[in-house]
Write a protein that binds this ligand. Structure first.
Ligand SMILES: [Zn+2]
Length: 484
């Protein structure tokens, strides 16, 4: 009787217990072994990946084929591996400034080449053949911009096919007629999962193939596979997975590929706290894709209910880069309570690996329904406009060891300089101007430069959106503006 009970318990628990994710847990633990070490940030170029693709040619099982050239003559390579009947086609970075998945593809190539995974790979490649077209828009990647050399959004050229990169993507697609397709992108790090206070780190979509958003077998399989991937990723980034807008777009590749018979999945890499270079999100892509390959080989996606996909919240925009909350703002005799929502837009420095930011006040008032990467409560503090110090014109030399606290404590965020630094930004913890012509009020649309006072004393200063405590030897983690 006791034995029977034990057996029964085992049978029941195996049916109702959640799936076993040992494979994915292992990928998570051992990822560093596979991470392509030469890709360390988001601004890598075509030349950085061509040297890696060249190396693949000599590796067992890989086939590399040049399938065409970009407007500026950069080669697009199709990399394939496998002997299986099920074809899977993946293309990345058709938007030049969306490189997260491209990096993850090279991590996957390292995983496949590693002898430790021989058993897994031989089982996988008996069932599937993988085709990869990394960095579809190398000319855009060169400039770290979305569009191609003609300034055309390749993802709106699927039907008209005016750009060579779009023609290549369509030609490869037609030659493969793959069962599954993965359309790999990055989205704004400011997307939230619905109205939750969580960043949309990964957003999925099974693109619609008509305005009615009908579900046929082809799209249904994409929906099921996303259900699988959602469950897998929920172990690592619970609550941080959303669904991308599902409006039908007749000019986009994903929507058309779905229409033309390939079960197509869009993956968007969004934001994750303290991961500006998206290296953790790259790891999540690595796990998501390998897990999907396994699911396709084993056809385990066919067990996933479409309700999982339906339950995933849509992307929304409830996130700022910075929120300063509960400040008191004075205007004449009136005092009001405000939150300030600030966003920081990224700019490339002359050395491409160095990023600078330009701040903007994007909202004021009650922001209690929003969340921020840097979210600070300043209850009891007064906010005032910071101002321009005009009594002296500085030379750059004398600022080398300057004690900026003297300026901060008097409410100054900006100084005048004899000669401005050449760049538009400075690593110094101050803004530069030639004349006193910048407005530093707390107004929407303007750069965020203000002081936070308590008991009549300046305790914090905000320089170009970067919050700095006013105290000796405080390191500045941002950049100032050079206003020309
Ligand atoms: Zn994109």
């Amino acid at each position: 009787m006791k034995t029977l009970l034990i057996i029964l318990t085992i049978i029941i628990s195996e049916t109702i217990m959640p799936q076993n994710y040992d494979f994915e847990q292992n990928l998570y633990q051992s990822y560093d072994r596979y991470k392509e070490k030469s890709l360390t940030h988001r601004r890598f170029k075509h030349s950085d990946i061509t040297s890696l693709i060249k190396k693949l040619k000599s590796k067992d099982g890989f086939t590399v084929k040049v399938v065409g050239k970009s407007v500026e003559g950069r080669e697009l390579n199709l990399i394939s591996i496998g002997l299986g009947k099920k074809k899977v086609f993946l293309w990345s970075q058709m938007h030049g400034d969306e490189p997260t998945a491209t990096a993850a593809l090279f991590d996957i190539f390292n995983f496949i080449s590693d002898s430790a995974n021989k058993k897994f790979c031989s089982a996988l490649f008996g069932k599937v053949t993988l085709y990869f077209l990394p960095m579809v828009n190398p000319d855009g990647a060169e400039r770290f911009k979305r569009r191609n050399y003609y300034d055309i959004d390749l993802n709106r050229d699927a039907s008209r096919l005016q750009c060579p990169e779009a023609v290549i993507l369509k030609t490869v697609f037609d030659s493969l007629k793959a069962e599954f397709g993965f359309n790999l992108h990055d989205q704004s790090h400011r997307y939230s999962v619905g109205n939750s206070f969580r960043t949309a780190t990964i957003s999925f979509l099974a693109p619609a193939y008509n305005y009615e958003k009908d579900l046929n077998d082809v799209r249904g399989k994409a929906v099921q596979l996303i259900g699988n991937m959602f469950q897998v990723l929920s172990q690592f980034i619970p609550g941080h997975i959303a669904k991308y807008s599902d409006e039908y777009e007749p000019r986009a590749f994903g929507d058309n590929f779905q229409k033309w018979g390939t079960s197509t999945i869009l993956i968007e890499s969004g934001g994750w706290k303290d991961d500006p270079e998206k290296q953790f999100i790259r790891k999540i892509n690595f796990i998501a894709l390998l897990s999907a390959f396994k699911s396709i080989a084993e056809e385990s996606y066919s067990n996933a209910s479409t309700e999982i996909y339906e339950s995933i919240p849509f992307n929304d925009k409830y996130i700022f880069d910075v929120i300063l909350r509960n400040l008191t703002s004075k205007s004449g005799k009136e005092k009001i309570k405000i939150d300030i929502g600030i966003n920081l837009d990224e700019f490339e420095g002359p050395n491409e690996k160095k990023i600078y930011y330009r701040s903007q006040v994007d909202d004021l008032g009650d922001l209690s329904t929003f969340y921020a990467y840097k979210d600070c409560d300043f209850n009891g503090y007064e906010v005032e406009r910071a101002s321009v110090y005009q009594d002296k014109i500085f030379s750059l030399k004398e600022l080398e060891d300057y004690d900026f606290n003297k300026l901060y404590s008097k409410g100054f965020s900006t100084i005048l300089a004899k000669k401005l630094p050449e760049e538009k930004f400075t690593r110094l913890p101050i803004n530069f101007a030639l004349k006193n012509r910048i407005d530093t009020t707390v107004n929407i649309g303007e750069a965020a430069n203000f002081i936070l006072k308590k008991d009549g004393k300046v305790q914090y200063i905000v320089i170009n959106g970067f919050l700095q405590k006013v105290e000796k030897n405080r390191k500045f983690e941002g950049n100032g503006l050079v206003i020309k």
